[in-house]
Structure formats: structure tokens, C-alpha cells
Design a protein around this ligand. Structure first.
Ligand code: GFB
Length: 332
């Protein structure tokens, strides 16, 4: 399956069939199970026959080292997905740099160290495409990491996520821990955050288009110039890829997770309008930041391992919109 793949550091990679890690009947902790990715992972792992372990915020604060250590020592998961994080869209990142840096450093450091202490067999850490330099050549391959300055709107989050990759590498080198990292592109889908101030672009546009349609508006507001390009992956596809990597990948290098295709924000807005059925005009609010000009993942490594995204943007947006309408009382 990966015979035609030639990693730059072959010793860091173990070939797929021999490395396969079975999840069936395994006790697997999804840290961050209430989040969009975490809840998709819970469903995907159940289908795999894993025994899924979760713990709520009311029981432990993942930023508190002792709480995490005590819970891990008692719960004893065999495998861990680190999907817990303080996340948000471009404005949330700009407005709350301390939360995005401190919370994420603390959460990942506590979970990764406790996983090593308690002998977790395998751990997958989730990062983000914003770890790459703002002007990285496109599409962005894994080896673009730390080759240039970061995008200022999300450097706090990016620094924390880069530290998470390095933690996994360090525990692998020093302790032989089978800890891996996956870097998903911009995700969307059921369970997303639809709050207009803190959300990412997809849920924001779904909500705005729906409210414009129902309110009989003639226009819909879009932040920035509409020119930045973004790649979007449906969350169930992301969960499927993460489970695939847990089963088939064991290596020091992080792996990009995406579709390998991107659109401009203006094109995304048009597609959302078509899905929602709103026929007005787009108005671009250039007082809001554009952020990175482009963030397209090179997904060659993941494809060569044997995984490809299956959901089209239009199809994923339709499902996300259905979920939004069904849950509007709670999320809007
Ligand atoms: O999804 P988003 O907030 O985050 O914004 P990033 C993507 C693009 O959509 C930006 C534009 O160019 C926004 O200006 N946009 C247009 C909007 N209308 C809207 C709107 O109503 N709401 C929002 N939120 N954006 C994030 C990082 O960057 O990506 C995080 O800040 C993380 O750290 C995440 O990495 C995946 O793609 O710019």
C-alpha cells in the first residue's frame, strides 16, 4: 500500500501492514469528546469496536496537571486521541492569545506526559494547518514546518500546536513512546460552533445565509476580502483519517490530513448560499482580517498510506446545514 512512498527519513516510518494497531476491544480515551472532532471520533471508534472512554469538564480540568495524572492513573486507557483544545476562528484567535497559547500548551503537556507515565500504547495528537509558515509554498508539505514566520492572527495557537508535535517526537525519541501527530486542515460539520464572534468561517456563513434567507435580506456579510483560499474537510472524514492513522501509522513525522483541494472564501460563500437557498448578494467587510492568504495541504503522504477524503464540499455543507437546522435552538 505504501511501497511507492519514499519518506525523507525512512527510519521514522514503519510500513503499514506490520504497524497496524488494532482498535477493536481496546480502551480508547477521546480527550475533548464534546468538541466537533471529538464527538465524530467517538462515533467512528464505536464503529471500530473500541471501548471508548470519555470524561467531562465537570470532572476534570485538563489544564491541571494533577487532575489529569490522577484520572489517567485510575482510568488506564490503552490508546488516546488528543482532540481536546481551546479552538476558534480568526477573531477568537486574535482576541484571546493567552487562552489559545496557555490552555493548549497545558492540555497537551498534561495528557502526553501522563500517557507516557501510565504506559499508554499509542497516542494521536491533533494539530492544525496553521502550524505552517504564513507564506509556505503551496501545497504545504510536512517538511515546511518551522521554515518561516507564522501567520500573526493565529501564531499563539500555532506555537502551542507545534509544541505538541515536538512533545510527541521527544517522548518517542527519549522513551520509545508510540505517539504520533496529525495536522488536519480547516474542519467543519455537525457539532460545530455557530457563534458568529468565535466560530470558523463555515459555520458562520451557514448561519448568516440561513438568517438572511429567513429574514428576507438582500445581502450577506462576509469578513475580509473573500480572496484568501482555504481547504475544508468534513469532520466525519477527518475522524476516519485519524482512526486510519492510529491503526496504520507509526512515525516521528506529523501527517497532514486534508482533501488537497481549496476554494476562495468568496467561492465558499457562494456554495453555502446555494446549499442554504439564499439568493442575495455578498458584501465583503474588509475591516475584518483575511488571515493567511492560502493554506492548502499537501496530502501526498496520507494518500500514499492509503487514505483519501470521500465527502465533497457541497455534500458536506448540506449535511452541516441539516444539522444546524435540526439543532438551531441549542446552537444559534
Ligand atoms: O475560519 P477562519 O475564522 O479561520 O477564517 P482561519 C477563514 C477566512 O474566512 C478568513 C474569512 O479569511 C476570514 O476573514 N471569513 C469570512 C470569516 N467571513 C467570515 C465569518 O463570518 N467568520 C469567520 N470566522 N471568518 C483559523 C485559525 O484560521 O483556522 C485557527 O485562526 C485554526 O488557529 C483554524 O488554525 C483552522 O482559517 O483564517
Amino acid at each position: 500500500m505504501i511501497s511507492n512512498w519514499s519518506p525523507k527519513n525512512p527510519s521514522a516510518m514503519t510500513a503499514a501492514p506490520e504497524a497496524a494497531y488494532r482498535l477493536k476491544d481496546r480502551l480508547v480515551w477521546v480527550a475533548g469528546h464534546r468538541g466537533m472532532v471529538g464527538s465524530a471520533l467517538v462515533g467512528r471508534l464505536a464503529a471500530e469496536g473500541a471501548e471508548v472512554l470519555t470524561v467531562g469538564r465537570d470532572s476534570i480540568d485538563l489544564r491541571r496537571q494533577t487532575e489529569v495524572e490522577e484520572w489517567m492513573a485510575q482510568a488506564r486507557p490503552e490508546a488516546v486521541f488528543v482532540a481536546a483544545a481551546t479552538v476558534g476562528g480568526i477573531l477568537a484567535n486574535v482576541s484571546r492569545p493567552a487562552d489559545f497559547l496557555y490552555d493548549n500548551l497545558a492540555i497537551e503537556a498534561n495528557i502526553i506526559n501522563s500517557a507516557w507515565q501510565t504506559g499508554v500504547q499509542k497516542l494521536l495528537f491533533l494539530g492544525s494547518s496553521c502550524i505552517y509558515p504564513r507564506l509556505a509554498s503551496q501545497p504545504m508539505a510536512e517538511d515546511a514546518l518551522l521554515t518561516g514566520p507564522l501567520e500573526p492572527t493565529n501564531e499563539w495557537y500555532a506555537i502551542a500546536k507545534i509544541a505538541g508535535i515536538k512533545l510527541c517526537q521527544a517522548y518517542r525519541r527519549q522513551h520509545g513512546a508510540d505517539f504520533i501527530s496529525a495536522m488536519p486542515t480547516n474542519l467543519y460539520g455537525p457539532g460545530d460552533n455557530f457563534d458568529l464572534q468565535s466560530s470558523h468561517v463555515v459555520p458562520a456563513l451557514i448561519r448568516k445565509a440561513d438568517e438572511a434567507k429567513r429574514g428576507g435580506a438582500k445581502t450577506m456579510n462576509v469578513w475580509g476580502s473573500g480572496k484568501p483560499r482555504r481547504e475544508f474537510l468534513y469532520v466525519d472524514d477527518a475522524a476516519d483519517a485519524l482512526v486510519f492513522l492510529m491503526q496504520h501509522y507509526s512515525g516521528e513525522d506529523h501527517v497532514n490530513v486534508g482533501t488537497g483541494e481549496d476554494v476562495t472564501i468568496a467561492e465558499l460563500a457562494q456554495t453555502v448560499m446555494a446549499v442554504v437557498g439564499f439568493e442575495g448578494e455578498l458584501v465583503f467587510d474588509t475591516s475584518k482580517p483575511d488571515g493567511a492568504p492560502r493554506k492548502l495541504m499537501d496530502v501526498g503522504r496520507l494518500n500514499a498510506l492509503g487514505w483519501q477524503a470521500g465527502t465533497s464540499l457541497q455534500g458536506g455543507l448540506a449535511r452541516a446545514y441539516d444539522w444546524y437546522r435540526a439543532n438551531i435552538a441549542e446552537v444559534a
